[in-house]
Design a protein around this ligand. Structure first.
Ligand SMILES: [Zn+2]
Length: 404
């Protein structure tokens, strides 16, 4: 509740690192608090990343694991002057947020609340998001550090702590120093329901299409002018509406999604994002899109186009499948914490998907956050405790198992 009161909203328009300087207000507090808990190397670097090490308590050689959370909150919803409220002993009632009574947390809209009877729920006050995404993960990791440093009898290997800025704007790994971190495997604490474990994300490409028309004086354009904007309109109209789009797909289906259009009669640029769980599926969608464009342009022989694909991130599962113990140990830890494992796939990316391709296989563990990026964001204290317990078991399991 203390961390969410510090505004750490990131900014997609900014080109500085971190994208907003205010994220460091929380990160520097975290570095200090880690130091106070006895982690001598805890520090924040110039980019706002916090690194720290919990020294090993075992004579065994154990792989170094890392727990990671992001300090920033989503640009979709204000994170300024967050007033967290603790609703003790929830009994299924509607929770009206006092600063905007239109904001009501109802079990009918958030059925996961059925699992929270008798628990203590934290919400914001109605004007802002709560910031449980991902200050829940931050708080849980801090509590985990506190537990291990005050229970030295618990056997575990070297554990690294990493707090990142700018996850919400897709830049959370941009300045991460993997060599300095020195971890073999990682876990982000940034998931929802207690017991959930995410080992799959989308694979993602961006495609930029530039249509070059033919320009001339509109009064004397007959037979000459080719308007790039009109071609762009035809291309967008040709995209299927009942499939291959974000608004018509869920589960394991991917899509082609135009995100930006800019142009004049002479030249028009369309930016697309392409998503699929399989890299081969991305290629298929890109080929499909290219074919659609070629077909439209057949009518305009003097117009040309370029088609540029940029890789954004890849499904972490392709990496995690090569290191099955990372996910297996997490499942075991969740079960030891008395929970049922819920395997989930993310229709998006996480810092973990990028970390996984930077040499740190990194699935996403639950943190308990619900209703993220909205004024109705909430979390239960009990789910947060379960996340801490899961991390402690995970640290112990890595120490118990032989190094693979
Ligand atoms: Zn998050």
């Amino acid at each position: 509740m203390r961390y969410v009161q510090i505004d750490t909203q990131s900014d997609p328009q900014s080109s500085s690192y971190p994208t907003t300087e205010k994220q460091k207000n929380l990160s520097s507090i975290l570095a200090t608090e880690l130091q106070l808990m006895g982690l001598a190397d805890a520090h924040m670097d110039e980019w706002g990343y916090v690194y720290a090490t919990i020294p090993s308590t075992t004579a065994k050689k154990v792989p170094v694991i890392c727990f990671c959370a992001h300090v920033d909150t989503a640009p979709d919803c204000s994170g300024k002057d967050v007033k967290p409220i603790l609703h003790k002993n929830y009994q299924g009632q509607d929770i009206v947020l006092p600063d905007d009574p239109v904001q009501v947390l109802r079990m009918s809209e958030y059925p996961y609340l059925k699992t929270q009877m008798g628990n203590d729920i934290i919400t914001a006050s109605g004007l802002t998001l709560l910031g449980a995404d991902d200050k829940a993960g931050v708080a849980e990791i801090m509590d985990f550090v506190n537990y291990l440093t005050t229970h030295p009898a618990v056997k575990h290997g070297t554990i690294k702590i990493l707090f990142t800025p700018d996850e919400e704007v897709g830049k959370g790994t941009a300045k991460a120093d993997m060599k300095k971190l020195g971890a073999d495997y990682g876990y982000t604490l940034d998931g929802g329901d207690a017991g959930s474990l995410e080992d799959e994300t989308f694979s993602a490409d961006a495609v930029q299409v530039i249509i070059n028309g033919v320009i001339s004086h509109p009064g004397y354009a007959k037979g000459k002018m080719v308007n790039a904007m009109k071609i762009a309109g035809e291309i967008l109209a040709a995209l299927p509406k009942d499939r291959l789009s974000p608004e018509s797909t869920d589960g394991k289906r991917g899509f082609i999604h135009p995100v930006r259009l800019e142009g004049i009669a002479e030249k028009c640029t369309i930016d697309f994002i392409i998503r699929d769980f399989e890299t081969a599926g991305l290629k298929k969608k890109e080929d499909y899109l290219r074919t659609q464009i070629e077909e439209r342009l057949r009518t305009y022989p003097t117009a040309t186009f370029t088609f540029e694909v940029t890789e954004q991130y890849r499904n972490m599962k392709e990496v995690l499948d090569q290191h099955p113990q990372v996910v297996d140990y997490a499942k075991e830890a969740i079960e030891r914490a008395g929970l049922k494992v819920k395997m989930e796939s993310i229709r998006g990316g996480t810092d973990g998907s990028r970390f996984s391709y930077m040499g740190l296989p990194c699935p996403n563990l639950f943190a308990g956050e619900q209703g993220i990026h909205s004024k109705l964001e909430h979390i239960s204290v009990q789910d947060m405790n379960r996340a801490v317990e899961t991390m402690v078991h995970l640290a112990m399991i890595w120490e118990e198992k032989p190094d693979l």
